[in-house]
Design a protein around this ligand. Structure first.
Ligand code: SF4
Ligand code: SF4
Length: 305
């Protein structure tokens, strides 16, 4: 079997086996990459804590270096690129003027009411997102801030932060946006999405909010290890108790995500397996004003639900 056939076979196996087979990315990366299919990546931070970048760099199943060199061509990343100051402006101006095809990755919410809240090379981030996003072949919003606003537009924030797709709608930018919410991003979701783009020339199919169905077609609740307890109405009353965490405010029934299939930190654990209610970090309601269930919390799960 030649290199091309091997790569194709591995890729088809991954697609057929579903998202739970992420370990097989190692096989994919072990095969020679096809330089013709490398995607150019421009990655920016708007208002963010850089948690999604850290999460991406911590991926354990594959080498980040392989992803960014064999399978993608990283043109710019605020933390990883060596360029500073004028060099950054030069690179980004050149990219947007060149007509080269690239994917635009955005981490963080976009502060539209307070432009100086997030500056890069003396320009507000809104300038860069419009300039680079509008020229990209497609965009990827990573993390709940870029997808739903998340922490950056929680109650009390005055930056007027909005998600990437809302910003595009405001600016009349019509290109496709794929959304990968999670606080922080699950790196497997991004790697899968990028490899899908590299090998198929398209993003995986998504729901109406731009989230890949592969990861977000079901709620956390539907995959939950405590689902039988839920059905038997066996509820935990305190953190650490055995049983369904619903009455401690679990947001699993309201949150679409594959956490009980792909957890955090190389799938070593996830909130619910650690005995903690889901706080809905991938949902449009995150962060809630009150994280746990109390009767006065309007977004909490009521005792009757
Ligand atoms: S712990 Fe949460 S996600 Fe699990 S069954 Fe109970 S309500 Fe559903
Ligand atoms: S279980 Fe809930 S809070 Fe925890 S990572 Fe998944 S979606 Fe986020």
């Amino acid at each position: 079997m030649n290199r091309r056939e091997a790569l194709k076979t591995i890729w088809l196996a991954i697609v057929a086996a579903g998202a739970s087979s992420f370990l097989s990315f190692e096989d994919l990366l072990a095969a020679d990459a096809n330089p013709d299919k490398r995607i150019n990546l421009v990655w920016l931070h708007a208002s963010s804590c850089s948690g999604c970048s850290c999460s991406f760099l911590n991926i354990e199943d594959v080498s980040v270096l392989d992803i960014l060199t064999k399978f993608a061509n990283l043109i710019f990343h605020p933390d990883l690129s060596l360029a500073t100051g004028d060099q950054v402006t030069e690179i980004l101006d050149k990219v947007s003027a060149s007509g080269m095809p690239y994917l635009f990755v955005l981490e963080g919410g976009i502060p539209t009411a307070m432009p100086h809240a997030c500056l890069m090379a003396d320009q507000p981030i809104t300038y860069w997102v419009e300039k680079l996003g509008s020229k990209a072949i497609a965009s990827v919003g990573i993390g709940t801030c870029a997808v739903f606003g998340g922490v950056t537009n929680m109650k009390g924030m005055e930056t007027g932060s909005i998600p990437l797709d809302a910003f595009y709608a405001r600016k009349g930018i019509t290109q496709a946006v794929i959304n990968l919410p999670n606080c922080p991003l699950k790196p497997e979701h991004l790697v899968y999405t990028l490899l899908h783009y590299a090998y198929k020339g398209s993003f995986p199919s998504t729901d109406s909010k731009g989230r890949p169905l592969k990861f977000f077609d079901r709620t956390v609740h539907e995959h939950c290890i405590f689902y039988a307890d839920f059905q038997e109405k066996h509820y935990a009353r305190y953190i650490g108790d055995a049983g369904c965490l619903l009455k401690l405010g679990c947001q699993g029934p309201l949150t679409r995500n594959d956490c009980l299939i792909i957890g955090h930190n190389g799938n070593t654990n996830i909130c619910i397996r650690a005995g903690h209610p889901c706080i809905g970090c991938a949902s449009e309601h995150f962060p809630r004003r009150v994280m746990f269930h109390i009767a006065s919390d309007p977004q909490g799960v009521s005792e009757d639900s």
